[in-house]
Design a protein around this ligand. Structure first.
Ligand code: TRP
Length: 468
């Protein structure tokens, strides 16, 4: 059974704080250790450009966020961890999706509507200061998700609408171009009810927009201690009972501590623990968890080349999925090569003589071979003279559809010939044998009918290569 694919993006603006750690990073890292899932975590740095036009901040933030996730235990060998901007297939898919997305759907996006409302309220032009980036934001996000056909997308509540839009766009594409095949999985939103939203220094939700955050690593131990000292408390003196339910200290403590520790802390407050002492205990408990991760973070951030290497490797892995999928999508919408002449002809229209030669190839009905020029466009010889010793090779493999395929690669690994699916490895093997036989008999010249449905004149090249 194939694994559930979970994907989420991290917008790279700002510096991670304790609320991000408890609400997003820690649960994601924990989920990524489940062997039944395949996780994709990426830095949504194209999305960051929509919100921020300060290059230095963009550059700094993505480095800090990458280092933070790694320091918090994300294993880049176990998950797909990459920067959105390292995957050129994503903006390309964004365009394919843009062309099937109704403008009216984008008009309804909350973020866009909120900006329009704010402009209207201020008596400005409704679209003042609104970029096409902001307007099309949900399409880029849909491409992030659909590129890897994620099943589940864990996000905050403010993102639910974007996932719904991704489903709409996916369904529309499937409908228009699927021809019986669903290219895209319809993603499902996952809202983690159990994950705490942490209060900030002033008791409101911890958020950089309220300027009430406790930084996770930034500023080190000293800054952590200072931030905790600034948590708002009432004026009760040491010895007076405190109300554990009306102080931000309590939920912040509970977010990192065990149940037993939390009960103990609560009891101490009820028993009159002084605020200063309570803050010291909170600091120590947080520091116990954070210090080892901070050490790792500092080590990483001092070696940006190491992080770069990890992310490049992550991008390469992600692209090994994205690139072939995008090739199929391009094909689906009609962006097809001219150099690969694939002429569909109905089997009935093939003259009997030609069919005879096809039958001699031993290809079972339904098999189709497509031939691709090796490189260099028209008239380039497929095999250079000095490549004589390195022979082209057949590779046989089985695809997810359960069928058996082969391809012929030249000495440089370029594709000369690609088969369609066969019901059994024996059928595929017979076709290979027939091709070899044809190569030794015919060499170059003539048109070969390789299957009911396709004439591929360039099979000559493949046969010539084989005949060498
Ligand atoms: N828009 C998301 C946020 O602000 C980040 C994001 C970008 C994302 N692409 C995504 C989340 C794809 C999930 C899936 O939180």
């Amino acid at each position: 059974m194939s694994k559930t694919r979970i994907l989420t993006g991290i917008t790279t603006t700002g510096t991670p704080h304790l609320g991000n750690y408890v609400g997003a990073i820690r649960p994601a890292v924990a989920a990524s250790r489940d062997d039944n899932v395949e996780s994709y975590y990426f830095m949504a740095d194209y999305h960051a450009l929509i919100k921020c036009d300060d290059p230095a901040r963009i550059a700094r933030s993505r480095l800090e966020i990458a280092a933070t996730w790694l320091a918090c235990g994300l294993d880049p060998d176990k998950v797909y961890f990459y920067r959105q901007s390292d995957i050129p297939e994503i903006p390309e898919l964004t365009w394919l999706l843009t062309c099937v997305t109704a403008k009216g759907l984008m008009n309804r996006a909350h973020a866009y509507k909120a900006s329009v409302d704010a402009n209207t309220a201020a008596g400005e032009d409704p679209d003042a200061g609104i970029t096409m980036g902001l307007y099309s934001y949900p399409i880029l996000m849909a491409a992030d998700i659909l590129m890897f056909n994620a099943h589940k997308v864990p996000v905050g509540r403010d993102q639910i609408q974007h996932i719904e839009m991704a489903r709409d766009v996916a369904a529309r594409f499937n409908h228009l171009f699927g021809a019986g095949r669903d290219y895209f999985v319809l993603p499902e939103v996952v809202i983690e009810e159990s994950v705490a939203t942490l209060p900030g220094l002033d008791g409101r939700k911890m958020s950089k927009s309220y300027d009430n955050t406790i930084p996770l690593f930034e500023g080190g131990t000293k800054k952590l201690k200072e931030s905790i000292a600034r948590i708002v408390t009432d004026s009760r003196l040491p010895g007076e009972p405190k109300d554990p339910d009306s102080t931000a200290l309590m939920p912040i403590f509970a977010a990192v501590a065990s149940h037993a520790e939390t009960v103990e802390f609560r009891t101490a407050l009820l028993d009159g623990l002084g605020w200063g002492e309570a803050k010291q205990r909170l600091f120590e408990r947080l520091e116990r968890d954070i210090a080892p991760m901070r050490a790792k973070y500092e080590e990483l951030i001092a070696q940006p080349a190491r992080i770069e290497e990890i992310l490049q490797a992550g991008a390469a892995r992600a692209r090994s999925i994205a690139a072939p999928f995008l090739a199929e999508l391009r094909e689906a919408v009609g962006l097809r090569s001219f150099v690969v002449p694939v002429q569909k002809i109905h089997p009935d229209s093939v003259p009997p003589g030609e069919f005879g030669s096809h039958a001699a190839f031993g290809m079972p009905a339904g098999a189709v071979a497509v031939v691709e020029k090796s490189s260099g466009g028209f008239g380039t010889p497929a095999i250079a003279a000095d490549k004589k010793s390195a022979r082209p090779q057949f590779k046989q493999y089985r695809e997810a559809d359960g069928k058996f395929y082969f391809k012929l690669l030249d000495a440089d690994g370029r594709l000369l010939l690609q088969s369609d699916g066969y019901a059994s490895p024996k059928d595929a093997g017979q076709s290979i044998a027939s091709l070899r036989a044809a190569a030794s008999l015919n060499g170059a010249g003539g048109v070969y009918v390789l299957g009911p449905g396709i004439v591929a004149a360039d099979v000559e090249q493949a046969l010539a290569a084989l005949a060498q």
